[in-house]
Design a binder for this molecule. Structure first.
Ligand code: HEM
Length: 179
């Protein structure tokens, strides 16, 4: 998994909790990386799961809540690093439609060894969209947070009904534009 996913996670931990907590979650785990990540490197995705599990124990917030919050945060960081993917888009649904056929395709060209999920989007009506997530990684809740972050960015109120498999590798998100 790309280093940017780790560096941004640790930055969120530092700013939301403290640099000491970020150090603690690194020290509590045996990590091949030793907790040293660069945004362009590639690291074992299990390390992210270890870090978030340690964080969950320390701050007493569930892993799912932390991962979802991280997804929201990550979207704000993608806006800074990859503004080109948001250009000319004005709605959450239009943006989400581009992830599978444009954004992640470009990400694959930019970086080697990425393992991206697949998304099928279906417009059910003007106010309803279904997004189905499939991945070899257990990051469905991260996707949900990214969707929430996108809705915040486009200043839309979107309710999300999620149906997530036990292994977190498959999910159906039913999105309704409320306002
Ligand atoms: C500008 C927008 C986006 C960019 C630049 C981007 C880029 C990336 C990158 C670099 C990774 C790491 C891949 C790896 O290291 O293997 C990733 C993974 C992922 N992306 Fe995106 N992404 C964007 C938007 C989204 C959105 C809106 C969603 C959800 C609807 C999403 C869902 C995911 C998930 C869930 C993963 C984790 C890997 C997995 O589940 O298999 N991304 N993305």
């Amino acid at each position: 998994m790309k280093g940017i996913i780790f560096t941004e996670f640790l930055e969120m931990v530092e700013s939301t909790f403290s640099p000491a907590v970020a150090d603690q979650i690194i020290e509590q785990n045996e990590l091949d990386s030793n907790g040293i990540y660069t945004s362009v490197g590639n690291y074992n995705k299990q390390e992210l799961l270890k870090l978030v599990t340690s964080l969950s124990n320390i701050v007493d917030i569930s892993v799912d809540v932390l991962v979802k919050e991280y997804g929201k945060y990550l979207l704000t960081r993608f806006l800074v690093y990859y503004p080109q993917f948001f250009e000319n888009l004005t709605t959450t649904f239009d943006f989400l439609d581009t992830i599978d056929r444009h954004v992640h395709v470009e990400v694959e060209k930019l970086y080697t060894d990425v393992e991206l999920p697949s998304f099928q989007t279906k417009r059910l009506s003007d106010t309803q969209m279904q997004m189905v997530y499939h991945s070899s990684n257990p990051f469905a809740v991260l996707a949900e947070g990214l969707i929430e972050g996108a809705a915040e960015h486009f200043k839309e109120n979107i309710s999300i009904r999620s149906d997530i498999s036990d292994d977190h590798q498959v999910a159906t998100f039913n999105l309704t534009l409320v306002g």
